[in-house]
Write a protein that binds this ligand. Structure first.
Ligand code: SAM
Length: 380
């Protein structure tokens, strides 16, 4: 039975009002109630991910879907004339490509996901440009139906994947390449950002995207579409940095903390573009530490640069002990602390509780760990 939009809207309303699922079910057609409730839950959960609040998706479709800000950025970068998304999910990325394209193909092995993609394409007004194909995009009969300049794939990642390998992605980019290489030499693959670049057997660009300050995507563009070897993009700002091997190495390190510290975007770190960033920022900036989740630089002057993620004013340095940090925060009139430190989750809350013990007010400190010392700062 077809699901009606009005039933999803009703379910959203009732969930928001806090109704029990048992009671909501009674208001919905019996054979589609499960699906309606799941779509409603996904819509509520999606919140700011999309500009529309009436999209069709299940919870897994939502989790795997491309954030609209990323989808829009890549579509603007590419402006494809024709494109096939051979693992389209609920269709968000393809819909944004289709805004520019004259012709687009949406393929997914999961019939329901493809149905949602079709519903979503309708909402965004691009349905008529898209050919929807349900099936395994590696199968010859599907390959034969596709005629597009660019093949795009954002494959699913099995969560239990121990090591990030191309072969484990579904569909595997290696197999997609083999299946479609007689049609085009322009492929784009979404890859797990942790994957080692040496493992990619093709020439092209590795583009790391930060979204709202966190690493969100690694996109690999084959040579005909590449603009650099490596790049970092910060969204929604839209700032972009490209690799340039001809630049002189100007990165200096400091063992001393200056008057300010600066967080370097994760995408810049993953893309190995610290030197390129230093060329853009200049000033007296020096690297302070480079950990997996935190890359810090320092300077004695205030540097305003769109390439830096955040800037902090250093107020003091104390031994890295919760009570010493707490003493400092109390003395300086801080009410809260955000800990930018890497300790295991189970110790984190205990540590934070001790750091914030008996603090009063709203003023917030940001605390970084630097060896056996704590750097206490305030955000600029
Ligand atoms: C990460 S999701 C894509 C999300 C999409 N970019 C979006 O914005 O919604 C990956 C999709 O690949 C599909 N898939 C996996 N293997 C496939 C195959 N062999 N052929 C076609 N689709 C496949 C899955 O069903 C899943 O919907």
């Amino acid at each position: 039975m077809e699901i009606e939009e009005s039933h999803i809207k009703l379910a959203v309303e009732l969930i928001k009002r806090g109704w029990e699922e048992r009671k909501i079910r009674r208001e919905l057609p019996r054979d589609t109630a499960d699906e309606i409730i799941e779509i409603a839950r996904a819509r509520i959960k999606a919140r700011d991910k999309f500009s529309r609040d009436d999209l069709w998706m299940d919870l897994s479709g939502l989790r795997y879907s491309t954030h609209e800000v990323v989808a829009r950025y890549r579509a603007e970068r590419l402006r494809p004339e024709s494109i096939a998304d051979v693992s389209c999910g609920i269709g968000i990325q393809l819909i944004f490509f289709a805004r520019y394209a004259e012709k687009a193909y949406a393929v997914d092995i999961d019939e329901r996901k493809l149905f949602y993609a079709m519903k979503n394409a309708e909402k965004y007004g691009v349905k008529d440009k898209i050919t929807f194909i349900n099936g395994d995009s590696l199968k010859k009969e599907i390959v034969d139906r596709i005629d597009a300049d660019i093949i795009f794939s954002d494959p699913a990642r099995p969560p239990e994947m121990p090591e990030r390998r191309l072969e484990d992605l579904l569909p595997s980019p290696v197999q997609i390449y083999e299946a479609y290489k007689h049609k085009t030499d322009a492929f784009i693959f979404d890859l797990p950002p942790q994957i080692r670049r040496e493992k990619i057997p093709w020439k092209g660009e590795f583009e790391y995207i930060d979204l709202y300050g966190h690493l969100n995507r690694l996109t690999f563009y084959f040579e005909p579409l590449a603009r650099a070897e490596r790049s970092a993009v910060m969204l929604p700002k839209g700032v972009r940095l490209e690799s340039d091997e001809s630049l002189e190495d100007i990165v200096e390190w400091s063992t001393e903390v200056g008057r300010y510290i600066y967080e370097i975007p994760q995408s810049v770190h993953y893309a190995d573009l610290i030197n390129e960033l230093f060329h853009k920022v200049r000033g007296s900036l020096k690297m302070l530490m480079r950990e997996k989740r935190r890359i810090l630089a320092t300077a004695d002057e205030e540097i305003g640069s769109e390439y830096l993620k955040a800037a902090y004013h250093v107020l003091g340095i104390v031994p890295f002990h919760p009570m010493r940090i707490n003493d400092f925060l109390k003395r300086e009139g801080f009410g809260r602390a955000t800990l930018r430190i890497s300790i295991p989750d189970r110790e984190y809350y205990n540590f934070k509780r001790r750091v914030e013990m008996n603090l009063k007010g709203e003023r917030r400190a940001y605390v970084f760990q630097f060896g056996n010392r704590a750097i206490i700062t305030e955000k600029l």
